[in-house]
Design a protein around this ligand. Structure first.
Ligand code: FES
Length: 103
C-alpha cells in the first residue's frame, strides 16, 4: 500500500477504479463518458473543453478543475484534502457514476 499525504488508502490496486464514469457539463447540458483506459482530460479535450495541462500524471496541479457534485477517485499527489472537496485533476483522477462540472 502506498501512503499518501492525506493518509487515505486510495486502493490503487482496485481494478474497479478504472471503470467507465460520466462527466456532466451542467451549463452546457452535455454528458461525456470516460471509458476505462482513457483520461477525463482526454475526453474533455476531445469534446472541445480546453483545460491547460502540464505533467499529465497528477503531480503539478495545472489541470485542476472544479467539480460541484459526484464521487471523485483522486489519484493526484498535488491537491490538498481541502482542494479535493471541490477540485480534481482530470489527467489522472477518475470517478464513480457521474461527476458534475460547472462548465
Ligand atoms: S497535468 Fe499535472 S496534475 Fe494534471
Amino acid at each position: 500500500m502506498t501512503e499518501r499525504r492525506d493518509g487515505a488508502d486510495h486502493g490503487a490496486d482496485d481494478a474497479s477504479e478504472d471503470d467507465t464514469f460520466e462527466l456532466e457539463l451542467v451549463w452546457s447540458d452535455v454528458v461525456l463518458t470516460v471509458p476505462a483506459g482513457r483520461s477525463a482530460l482526454d475526453v474533455l479535450a476531445a469534446a472541445g473543453v480546453a483545460i491547460e495541462a502540464g505533467c499529465g500524471h497528477g503531480s503539478c496541479g495545472t489541470c485542476a478543475t472544479e467539480f460541484v457534485e459526484g464521487e471523485v477517485i483522486h489519484r493526484d499527489t498535488c491537491l490538498s484534502v481541502a482542494d479535493r472537496e471541490h477540485e480534481f485533476c482530470p489527467c489522472i483522477s477518475r470517478g464513480r457514476g457521474r461527476i458534475i462540472l460547472p462548465l
